[in-house]
Design a binder for this molecule. Structure first.
Ligand code: ATP
Length: 223
């Protein structure tokens, strides 16, 4: 497992990235991205566990443990790959920097997409240099229960409507600049809830893969 190598451009086939803390990875990550892949026709999704997320408390599991859980969860999916570049960085993982890093490798013409959940879209204006994101990639947004499908803030809503597309082809034909709100299935699952359930000694079987659940128990995580 290493950094993905992108020397051959895949014009007309977007490269999709999915970043997260994955503390732990769960079906609220896996199933919407699986559905999105089918909907958009993504040949490959590169999962990027991050190291020190800038806007949130530090993860409970170590980088190595989160990476191992992602690796275990992605095993059944041949089109899902892991990239460790954010984990290897000793500094905060800023999405814009990671995207620019990919952009340098793949060139200006290659379509590049970053996958987020609806909650992340709603708070995107808090991200480092968020206004630059669409210069580098498209945003593919998975539905998440409990989150509005529009911004309360008028400027942000204008930004969304200016960039929104309902054409999947745009994601594969243009290098960047579009937002696609995907009608993916809703999973009311969060890593916060899973950690709390483990602390309370509750079962999490329907929330994440058995292999990840077994690993959590074996490593005595989230006690
Ligand atoms: P936590 O509860 O610790 O905040 P989380 O479950 O939200 O974690 P993250 O690793 O922070 O998971 O999220 C990575 C990405 O996955 C984000 O873009 C987030 O919006 C998305 N995501 C997480 N859970 C869901 C879900 N249930 N449905 C859709 N998207 C989700």
């Amino acid at each position: 497992m290493s950094r993905t190598n992108r020397s051959t451009p895949l014009i007309n086939q977007a490269i999709a990235l999915y970043g997260g803390t994955f503390d732990p990875i769960h079906y609220g990550h896996l199933r919407p991205v699986e559905a999105l892949s089918g909907l958009i026709g993504l040949k490959e999704v590169i999962w990027l566990p991050n190291n020190i997320p800038p806007h949130r408390p530090q993860p409970e599991a170590s980088s190595q443990q989160r990476l191992e859980m992602v690796r275990l969860a992605l095993e059944p999916y041949s089109s899902f790959k892991v990239d460790v570049r954010e984990l290897e960085k000793p500094t905060p993982s800023y999405t814009i920097e990671t995207l620019r890093d990919f952009r340098k490798e793949i060139g200006d013409k290659q379509p590049l997409a970053f996958i987020i959940g609806q909650d992340s879209l709603l708070s995107i204006s808090t991200w480092h240099q968020w206004n630059e994101l669409l210069n580098v990639c498209h945003l593919l947004v998975c539905a998440r229960p409990g989150y509005q499908t529009h911004f309360e803030n008028t400027q942000m809503q204008t930004w969304l409507t200016q960039h929104q597309t309902k054409q999947q082809e745009d994601i594969h034909c243009l290098p960047s600049g579009k937002i696609f709100l995907a009608d993916t299935p809703l999973y009311n699952i969060s890593a916060t809830d899973i950690r709390a359930r483990h602390k309370a000694g509750l079962n999490c079987h329907d929330l994440l893969p058995n292999s990840v659940e077994d690993y959590i128990r074996q490593q005595q995580l989230y006690k």
